[in-house]
Design a protein around this ligand. Structure first.
Ligand code: NAP
Length: 501
């Protein structure tokens, strides 16, 4: 059967599945209403097990897949039933001092919490806020994780051991009391597992001594780390005597150094560490901090803070709603946020089709497309040939770097770059902060030269050989553009939608 025909059949099956899914969810809602009327709890372990058992047996050779499918379906039904029984009018939020760059609202909305607010507080406002607020649950961030603990009536074991809270909940059975939890540990353990890092017996340096540092240190010990050393600006182990720890196995950045808007900062230089096998940066905005970019360049296994952010938020939602969330929701939400916030960047030789591909991906995805050459022309009020005439390649490169510096703070866009953008280390750093970078390869004899000051009359083979190592150093992925624009645009978009880290 032809691929197109198979795809059409799949579309038909999906349509039927969707109809049945909607029917199932509607029935779940009816069940919830009956349960509410008769005061029957949502969770019925015996019935769930029975459903799982029978459905799995009916699936024959697909039984393992069917088990996963029905586990997920039942979790979704329970989620809907919970919302009906408890009403979804409860309010939640995040408290902190400066929240302009927080992803929490987007994230909790992804998790189905539509009444989540960001609340900036000054230190002197905290006590009154916690006493008077009508929030049923909240997350806590810089600088209140330790302070908020003092206002908790009950602390979880982990919050007590760590000495800080990042989640406060008013449980329905005790609406007056704040229960304090620390879900950062949960998120950290998930991150280490996702990255495939081995902490057992390892010497770990944790940079910073704040709330996150405490949770991470607790997590490292839980994973059997041999030594956990806190590097603190004022501590016994500090940035002036780091050489004592150049034999560290893993470094974890639990400081805000390198976070938006100060993305050009880096807490430590990784070069002198001779045994490093892992770097974790708890920062998730930008996704690839300078620290992580250096780790990648040194081929050290590394991961940013998004997995931790999502995983701790899922656990916070479980605490808010007092129920387990469907399996796989953490990975799905992480992928969805990665898609939403990450920039898709195209690099490659002049005339390889970057602009057309970017436009086609823009049409497929509905994303804003920025062509750096057009951006420069609009900003400067001059065409590229005019810029070359005025100040040569030097002026053009200067304007190109300036453009990238401005674009670096944008999220969820497509950027098509000029062919020589990769020649500057500074440009590569800007592209990598929030970008996933696709190198477009095209046969040299097919490259377009029209209106391109640097490739008109140039020896393209020589230019390509000079640039290839720069493209290779910069790219995350490479795609050949020797077929149709629509086809490569679709393949790149599919690839972008799938990558998690
Ligand atoms: P915090 O309680 O304010 O602690 C941050 C610590 O970083 C401070 O105690 C300080 O330690 C150090 N620090 C602050 N400014 C510094 C500077 N300019 N240079 C060097 N060190 C500095 O904040 P936190 O809640 O622990 O959060 C720390 C970082 O982790 C933030 O970037 C936050 O976004 C991130 N985080 C991420 C997640 C996640 O889910 N991915 C969760 C929690 C936190 P010393 O004074 O001892 O040097």
């Amino acid at each position: 059967m032809e691929l197109e025909q198979l795809r059409d059949e799949l579309d038909e099956v999906d349509k039927k599945l969707l109809e049945l899914f909607i029917k199932r969810m509607n029935l779940s809602e009816e069940v919830a209403k009956v349960k509410k009327e008769k005061n029957i709890p949502i969770f019925n372990g015996a019935r769930e097990q029975e459903i799982l058992q029978t459905r799995t047996e009916m699936a024959g050779e697909w039984k393992n897949y069917a088990r996963s499918l029905f586990t997920e379906l039942m979790a979704l039904s329970k989620q809907r039933q919970w919302d009906i029984l408890n009403g979804d009018d409860k309010k939640y939020g995040l408290i902190g001092r400066v929240l302009g760059h927080s992803f929490s609202k987007v994230l909790h909305e992804e998790l189905g919490c539509n009444n989540y607010q960001l609340i900036e507080l000054e230190p002197e406002e905290l006590e009154n806020f916690l006493r008077d607020t009508d929030l049923s649950g909240m997350n806590v961030t810089i600088p209140y994780k330790m302070e908020a603990k003092k206002y908790c009536d009950v602390l979880s074991e982990e919050a007590m051991a760590i000495g800080s809270v990042n989640t406060l909940v008013k449980h329905w059975e005790d609406k007056e009391a704040w229960y304090g939890y620390n879900t950062d540990v949960h998120g950290f353990l998930y991150t280490v597992e996702l990255a495939g890092m081995e902490l057992s017996g390892a010497k770990v340096l944790v940079l910073g001594s704040g709330g996150a540092s405490k949770a991470v240190s607790y997590g490292c010990k839980k994973l059997g780390a041999g030594e956990v050393i806190i590097i603190s600006r004022k501590g016994e182990n500090n940035y002036d005597n780091l050489e004592k720890h150049y034999d560290a196995d893993v470094i974890i950045n639990a400081t805000p150094v390198g976070m938006e808007p100060n993305i050009e900062e880096q807490p430590v230089d990784l070069e002198p560490f001779t045994k490093l096998s892992g770097v974790i940066d708890l920062i998730y905005n930008p996704r690839r901090t300078k620290l992580l970019q250096q780790a990648e360049a040194l081929h050290i296994n590394c991961i940013d803070g998004l997995a931790m952010l999502v995983s701790q938020a899922v656990h916070a939602q479980e605490l808010f709603k007092n129920r387990e969330f469907p399996m796989g929701i953490t990975r799905r939400t992480q992928a969805s946020l990665t898609r939403k916030l990450g920039n898709l960047i195209l690099i490659g030789m002049p005339g390889c089709g970057k602009s057309s591909i970017a436009k086609a991906i823009g049409e497929l995805s509905g994303r804003e497309v920025i062509d750096t050459d057009t951006y420069i022309e609009e900003k400067e009020g001059m065409s590229i040939p005019e810029i070359f005439k005025k100040g040569g390649e030097a002026l053009f490169r200067e304007l190109e770097t300036k453009a990238l510096k401005e674009l670096v703070h944008k999220k969820g866009i497509i950027i098509s770059t000029g062919g020589g953008v990769v020649l500057s280390e500074e440009n590569i750093t800007y592209l990598k902060y929030n970008g996933y970078i696709y190198h477009i390869e095209r046969d040299l004899d097919k490259l377009s030269r029209e209106g391109r000051p640097l490739s008109e009359g140039a020896d393209l083979k020589e230019l390509y050989q000079r640039r290839l190592s720069f493209y290779a150093q910069c790219r995350d992925s490479v795609f050949e553009n020797n077929g149709s624009i629509e086809d490569i645009a679709r393949r790149i978009w599919e690839d972008f939608c799938e990558h998690l880290r």
